[in-house]
Design a protein. Structure first.
Length: 294
């Protein structure tokens, strides 16, 4: 294989695996926004909680990776449910700015609690695929990259089936489109909204546990939320398919920018894309213009 083509293909594989993480994070953000119209700036800190919890369960408690993953998902889902039921629900009916400020405050609180309990040091934990890779067509493919892609596709498929074929999933969709109409039809909107937060927390936990072995278990893991926001804007804010497409595209753009653009471009290209999309096509690739619900 031609060297330049091989590099291009290798960057594509890396970009898709990283973009799958961005897509999972963006998916959690869009689920919460569609259900409650709250842009959850604490979502990235749920990743931080997930990564440190998994580290504790694997390296301290000695649990197998998959058991630690399941326990972490359950823990963060319960935490997210509680955040909505006990905190976010209290500002129902308030301007969106109140939700932004409250979730920012929750983000700092969660980050501070994790730092107090675990300490600020970076760390890592082993996975069943650590250090394992295969050669496919002359390309080095880490097994963890394949796992990330497979899990992201699996989570997306499960959510698709859940929202299309279960009563609770249909109720969540109804509540996200018109809360009053859903309530008048017997949907327990407050409980459903809390369950949406739990579902989003579970996706954040999966993303955090899979991303941490690549980027290290660190407080700065919350920065992934900023990349996910760029993915949301690119794909179409409020669009579930847009969140997935946007996440994959941001991952690819970052990887190619790191090689084919000037030094430092990789760190800022996601935000340049965000600004460009807001100027040229504010609705994103798959979004639609719509008015605010009243």
């Amino acid at each position: 294989m031609n060297t330049s083509l091989q590099v291009w293909a290798q960057l594509g594989i890396n970009g898709i695996s990283v973009g799958a993480i961005y897509a999972l994070v963006a998916l959690g953000l869009v689920l919460i926004y569609k259900a409650t119209e709250v842009l959850n700036f604490a979502h990235g800190d749920l990743l931080v909680v997930s990564a440190f919890s998994a580290w504790g369960l694997i390296t301290v408690a000695g649990l197998p990776f998959w058991a630690a993953l399941l326990l972490t998902v359950a823990l963060v889902a319960v935490l997210a449910y509680g955040l909505d039921a006990l905190v976010i629900r209290r500002i129902a009916g308030q301007p969106q700015f109140a939700g932004v400020m409250l979730t920012i405050a929750l983000a700092f609180m969660l980050r501070g609690l994790v730092s107090m309990f675990f300490g600020p040091e970076s760390r890592n934990y082993p996975t069943p695929w650590t250090g394992q890779s295969s050669q496919i067509g002359g390309l080095a493919v880490a097994h963890l990259q394949l796992v990330i892609l497979g899990v992201a596709m699996g989570v997306t498929a499960v959510l698709f089936v859940f929202f299309r074929n279960t009563r609770l999933g249909v109720a969540m969709q109804a509540a996200s489109q018109n809360q009053l109409a859903a309530y008048l039809n017997g949907v327990r909107v407050k409980r459903v909204n809390s369950l949406v937060w739990a579902l989003a927390g579970a996706t954040a936990a999966v993303a955090g546990v899979l991303l941490a072995p690549i980027t290290l278990v660190d407080i700065s893991l919350w920065f992934v939320t900023l990349k996910a926001l760029a993915a949301l804007v690119l794909g179409g804010f409020g669009s579930v398919p847009g969140a997935i497409v946007g996440g994959l595209l941001i991952g690819l753009i970052e990887q190619y920018a790191g090689v084919y653009m000037p030094d430092g471009s990789k760190d800022i290209v996601a935000y340049l894309v965000l600004i460009a999309v807001l100027i040229v096509r504010p609705t994103g690739l798959l979004g639609e213009a719509h008015g605010r619900r009243v």
